[in-house]
Design a protein around this ligand. Structure first.
Ligand code: ADP
Ligand code: MG
Length: 139
């Protein structure tokens, strides 16, 4: 089934100028970038985007990290795009991520783990709408 998912290239990756490398890995995994923009999140945007984690001990650190530099937000499309993206991203903790995944090969740490990906169809729809309107998504 063709799906769409929200991907974010996080500040540790934009800082190290490895967006192209990450996008290549996504493309090689069968995903297509159908909308994309480089933005600097506000504190409110970061807090709202990650509000599901607001009770987590790492929430503050995560939000500070996410506003520490620009991010690239993008909509990915493909067969089973949500799980496909999660697979190529690798485990949240790069030390536990499988070889060949983005986080294993490129992430800095558990917090600075280079990429975000939606984890369900429901969240993908909400997260895509958080950053993009229908007319932004050009295919
Ligand atoms: P994922 O991004 O794999 O879906 P989560 O939704 O659990 O992971 O967490 C969101 C983000 O919060 C992670 O990608 C990572 O940047 C950060 N994070 C998660 N767990 C921790 C932790 N225990 N300590 C610090 N940062 C964390
Ligand atoms: Mg998550």
């Amino acid at each position: 089934m063709t799906e769409r998912t929200l991907s974010i290239i996080k500040p540790d990756a934009t800082r190290r100028n490895i967006c192209g490398k990450i996008i290549s890995m996504l493309e090689d995994a069968g995903l297509r970038v159908i909308a994309q923009k480089r933005i600097h999140l506000t504190e409110n945007q970061a807090k709202n985007f990650y509000s599901v984690h607001s009770e987590s001990p790492f929430y503050q650190e995560l939000c500070e990290f996410m506003i520490s530099g620009p991010v690239v937000v993008q909509v990915l499309e493909g067969e089973n795009a949500i799980n496909r993206n999660r697979d190529v991203m690798g485990a949240t903790n790069p030390e536990q991520a499988a070889p060949g995944t983005i986080r294993k090969e490129l992430a800095v740490s558990l917090t600075e783990n280079s990429v975000h990906g939606s984890d369900s169809p429901e969240n993908a729809a909400v997260e895509i709408a958080f950053f993009f309107s229908d007319t932004d998504i050009v295919g």
